[in-house]
Ligand binder design. Structure first.
Ligand SMILES: [Zn+2]
Length: 227
């Protein structure tokens, strides 16, 4: 049974819901039309240190936040499919799908994984990999230790926080390869930069980054003020 047929079959018993408003939608749908129309495509030109390209779907606005929170709350629902499919479309439209041969989700520490039960970035990466027919390397990089959320730190503290936080387990899998690094949200870009540099240092040829949501500078400042 192919993936699409499986989704339609499963939807007979577990209706597919819009990850923003939870309204029932079609088995092939990502978001409902009303919610999708309110989302802001990310137009920012972002450079991640150590990466050759950066692709972000949406600005991290209150309109998209419920879909991101859903994944963080351990429910997921249709969110990874919605984000993964939209990201695959974005990569194809930017002709970026030809630039990499494998996908690596930004890893979570095993304690966080145990708490949530999954790594949402890996789910999103799997959908991208399925659509673009690329291998997803879920266990090639691991997170060795817990870190504090990057958004709470200044630049120096962020670097210290991530120092030696990740390790490449299997360098043969990335040697000479161009890799797409996938994460759900990018706020400061320092996690992506850290993993990108680590992959390059371990033999990867080029790194591209793809995220569902990007927190723009203005919204980041608002966040600091309100927290
Ligand atoms: Zn909706």
């Amino acid at each position: 049974m192919n993936y699409r047929t499986l989704r339609h079959f499963r939807a007979l018993f577990f209706p597919v819901r819009c990850p923003v408003c939870r309204k029932i939608i079609g088995a092939d749908d990502r978001f409902c039309n009303e919610c999708y129309d309110k989302l802001t495509p990310c137009k920012e030109n972002v450079r991640i240190k150590g990466a050759s390209g950066f692709y972000a779907l949406f600005e991290y606005t209150p309109e998209i936040r419920p879909a991101v929170s859903l994944m963080k709350d351990g429910i997921c629902g249709n969110a990874p499919y919605a984000f993964g499919s939209c990201l695959a479309d974005l990569l194809v439209s930017q002709k970026a799908d030809r630039k990499f041969s494998c996908i690596i989700p930004v890893p979570m520490h095993r304690r966080d994984m145990k708490k949530r039960g999954y790594n949402q970035s890996a789910f999103i990466a799997e959908h991208i990999g399925r659509i673009l027919d690329k291998k997803v390397l879920k266990n090639t990089v691991i997170k060795n230790r817990l870190t504090v959320p990057q958004k709470k730190l200044n630049r120096k503290e962020r670097m210290k926080n991530l120092e030696n936080a990740f390790t490449v387990i299997d360098t043969a899998e990335i040697h000479g390869k161009s890799v797409l690094l996938v994460d759900d949200i990018c706020t400061t870009g320092s996690t992506l930069a850290e993993v990108a540099n680590l992959l390059t240092a371990n033999g990867a040829k080029e790194i591209y980054c793809a995220v569902c949501c990007y927190t723009t500078n203005k919204k980041r400042d608002d966040f600091y003020e309100s927290h």
